[in-house]
Design a protein around this ligand. Structure first.
Ligand code: 26W
Length: 823
């Protein structure tokens, strides 16, 4: 029989080429002679999307038919990165498309680069959510990611005169081919107003919420395809609009402006991502965002559940496992209670039982300034019914606590959902703990610290609720897509099963002594470094030496992450060269990237410091190419994909006890970089896996940090007793990096000398010594390559597939379902 491939689903090269031409014509309305690169990108993206939709339909049908349990990942951020390349990998048609595109006279890499990335997240937490969506689909677990379709994502960063400047992120301006607008999938979300008690037809006490504003949430769906499977889950993001009906009153009295203004105010809710991480601001609009997307999502789950024949909400938790990605969606605990009590007439006890069985809570940070709390006043004005529900949850919860421990008033005050130590606040972490059956941290150390510090009282109350789920990252994006050279070398030796079973990388260990293999390994790294060097020259004009050691720190700029400790090392080397112009040092290129929260003054000053030091060092003839310093503007997922494969050294130098996990540390190591790091977050486990002889460890341990704090830490004594350190600090103070302005970096130096909350001075010498070991080790290229190979061979644990399997087993009780393609 003659097999003819459908233009919307076929995977043959000729079919793909025809489908692209067709989409160029019928979607973009262009023909090749006049089409822009973006037109071609769109044509290809729609070609890929058609193939995803085919799989999505089969997936949805199977989920309904098999009555599956669905994992719902609630997250205010999804930092997805560009979709085209990843979808080609997961569809397993990269090569076919490459050929089809080349035959059409185009360049696949250029087309992939056209895509504007959806920057709907700040950093670690948002990117983790994206890796987890990839693993859920790849493991064939039914899942929905729920979040907000921000019109403006994380700002674009420009550097002007060494300072960060924020530019609006207009990611939607050329259209988004990956999303499907579903205007029919809409929910109303109430805000403000007051509540009223009433008695229902059965004589039960009930409460009605009469809001003073209603907004409508509209779904936008993005298909998420798993790697070499048919499972296609959904990322469902909500956009806020004004409901038509709500304007009428204004129109009736002729208040046209007022009616339109209501629309504007409603649409503000999903307008822009808050660019702060690890720092709460307590803004009303932020609470509106959180409640808005959580309410839409829970209403959507309830509709899906009740659409299934014979289902009642009494079994909701058997069909839905809802994970709270930090406390940003924790209002969901009160919202599910409200929906069950007020809209579905459940009794309190049963509603509470369902709620607790439904939710799990993941904590991502120990920093006190990142723990969300809402002033009672603001909360009660916006969500009066939820405040009542929270008071009632709290009353019942504290009664239960008092039964166990009636005399410990301090403990009761700490466990309370309401902070009453000064102004009164709702504590979202406490709400999340009480309303969930499972609580987890994101690395072994972090989970231990959670149990000992911020969640100590909850741990004593319910030790069985706590578990660790060490973060992971997806090898599809972070190796296969971003490092094709390494991917084919690895696969040529051990086949390609490792892409789905990352532990299989262990088989690489048997090639460590193969000098030919090591040579190929080095060559690939060098190629990747050359590519990055080209990019750096294009973007910054700085010329770097690809043979030098690429020492890279990319992550959000934060004092606890200590980018300025890295700078202290750079200036230390600079001083050494100035003192001894003929000094033999291992040539290094120091590369930084990362955004600072727009209101975080110290972080912005650190960016200015890096650029100022770069300006002086790069221009100094005395340095003679032994050192270069680069600040890469606008670090994002796309740029990460260029950076990790080119790194020799990964900087993971946070103060011990403060980085919950880190995930960049895993991406570097997966691409053959060695780590210099403290015993913090997942560094501890990475070191354990790759072997301590393949990891550069320095600095105080968490207990030592705590001990030093308690005994009274005095940064001055380090400054006074360490001449090398003193010289570095004095050089910054001298104004040499600031055109003679001795005041510019004063706030940073004052903070270091008088408070140094992140203990840079205490860790300085240990860091410098460790960096010296790095420099020595790099001189033995053969041995360095051995260590690099062993890092990759032993990094399997940090696949997000492993993390997701643990969540499925221990928290979600979710099972995989293989999807067959329908004809
Ligand atoms: C409300 C302000 C705010 C916004 C974001 C507070 C806190 C956050 C996030 C929790 C910050 C964050 O992204 N934390 C990072 O989460 C990663 C994923 O688990 C970890 O790897 C990082 O160590 C942690 O800093």
């Amino acid at each position: 029989t003659l097999q003819i491939e459908d233009d919307r689903t076929g995977l043959g090269i000729e079919t793909l080429r025809r489908a692209m031409a067709d989409n160029l014509f019928y979607i973009q309305g262009k023909y090749p002679e006049i089409a822009t690169k973006n037109d071609f990108y769109m044509a290809l993206a729609y070609t890929v999307r058609d193939r995803l939709l085919k799989r999505w339909i089969s997936t949805t049908r199977s989920y309904v038919k098999n009555d599956v349990k669905v994992v719902c990942y609630l997250s205010a951020e999804f930092l997805m990165g560009p979709q085209l390349g990843n979808n080609l990998i997961n569809l397993d048609i990269y090569e076919q498309v490459h050929k089809a595109v080349t035959e059409s006279g185009l360049n696949i890499e250029e087309l992939i680069e056209q895509e504007e990335e959806p920057g709907l997240g700040n950093g670690g937490l948002g990117r983790l959510a994206a890796c987890y969506m990839d693993s859920l689909a790849s493991l064939e677990i039914p899942a929905i990611g729920y979040g907000i379709r921000y019109e403006f994502g994380i700002f674009d960063q420009e550097i002007r005169d060494g300072w960060q400047v924020e530019i609006t992120d207009k990611w939607l301006q050329w259209g988004n081919p990956w999303e499907i607008h579903r205007p029919e999938l809409a929910y109303e979300v109430k805000l403000g107003g007051h509540t009223e008690p009433y008695t229902d037809q059965y004589g039960n006490y009930r409460v009605r919420w009469i809001p003073d504003q209603v907004v409508k949430g509209i779904a936008y769906d993005t298909p998420i395809l798993g790697y070499k499977v048919n499972t296609t889950n959904i990322l469902r993001l909500w956009k806020a609009e004004a409901p038509e009906s709500f304007d009428f009153q204004s129109f009736n009295v002729g208040d046209y402006y007022g009616a339109v203004n209501k629309k504007v105010v409603s649409e503000n809710i999903s307008k822009v991502l808050y660019p702060n991480d690890e720092q709460v601001q307590g803004k009303q609009l932020r609470l509106e965002q959180q409640y808005f997307f959580v309410s839409c999502s829970l209403q959507n789950m309830i509709r899906i559940h009740l659409d299934r024949p014979g289902k009642s909400l009494a079994t909701f938790h058997e069909n839905f496992a809802v994970q709270l990605n930090d406390t940003h969606p924790a209002i969901g605990v009160a919202e599910l209670m409200r929906l069950l009590l007020d809209e579905h007439q459940f009794a309190w006890e049963q509603a509470w039982d369902i709620t607790q069985k439904t939710f799990g809570y993941t904590n991502h940070t120990l920093l006190p300034e990142a723990l969300e709390k809402w002033s009672i006043n603001l909360f009660g004005k916006l969500l009066p019914r939820h405040l009542e529900i929270i008071y009632e949850i709290n009353r019942r919860f504290l009664d239960q606590v008092r039964l166990q421990d009636p005399y410990d008033q301090g403990k009761i005050a700490r466990l309370s959902l309401i902070d009453e130590t000064g102004d009164r606040y709702v504590r979202m972490a406490n709400l999340a703990c009480v309303g969930s059956h499972a609580i987890n941290g994101v690395a072994a150390l972090h989970t231990e610290l959670l149990k000992q510090t911020v969640l100590r009282d909850f741990y004593q109350l319910w030790p069985e609720k706590f578990s660790n789920k060490t973060n992971g990252v997806t090898p599809r994006r972070w190796i296969v897509l971003s490092n094709p050279g390494l991917t084919s070398l690895i696969s040529s030796k051990i086949g390609d099963n490792w892409i789905k079973h990352l532990e299989d990388l262990r088989q690489l260990e048997s090639f460590v002594e193969d000098s030919n293999f090591r040579q190929q390994w080095r060559q690939i790294k060098l190629e990747n470094k050359r590519n990055l060097a080209k990019y750096i020259q294009k973007k910054t004009g700085i010329v770097i030496n690809p043979e030098s050691l690429f020492d890279i720190q990319v992550k959000r700029i934060h004092e606890y992450k200590r980018q300025h400790l890295n700078v202290l090392h750079i200036i230390t080397l600079y001083n050494r060269i100035k003192h001894n112009p003929d000094l033999e040092i291992t040539p290094r290129t120091f590369i930084f990237g990362g955004k600072a929260a727009p209101g975080y003054y110290m972080a912005k000053l650190i960016i200015k410091l890096i650029n100022s030091v770069a300006e002086v060092v790069n221009a100094d003839p005395c340095v003679r190419d032994r050192m270069k310093v680069v600040f890469l503007p606008d670090y994002n997922v796309t740029l990460g994909q260029r950076v990790y494969p080119a790194a020799d050294l990964s900087e993971q130098i946070s103060t011990a006890g403060l980085e919950a996990s880190g995930t960049g540390n895993m991406k570097f190591s997966m691409n053959g970089a060695l780590t210099i790091g403290t015993l913090d977050g997942a560094n501890v486990e990475i070191r354990q896996e790759v072997g301590e002889e393949n990891f550069f460890l320095f600095g105080l341990r968490t207990e030592e940090v705590y001990a030093l704090k308690t005994q009274g830490y005095n940064p001055w004594s380090y400054y006074n007793s360490n001449p090398q350190l003193k010289e570095v600090i004095d050089l910054i103070a001298s104004g040499i990096f600031s055109h003679g302005d001795t005041g510019l970096f004063r706030p940073l130096l004052d903070s270091l000398l008088h408070h140094d909350p992140f203990m840079l001075l205490a860790d300085y010498q240990s860091y410098i010594d460790c960096q010296e070991q790095v420099s020595q080790a790099y001189r033995n290229q053969d041995n360095w390559t051995r260590m690099s190979i062993l890092n990759v061979a032993r990094i399997g644990k940090f696949s997000s597939d492993r993390s997701i399997q643990e969540y499925c087993q221990d928290i979600w009780q979710a099972k995989s379902l293989t999807i067959e393609l329908e004809e």
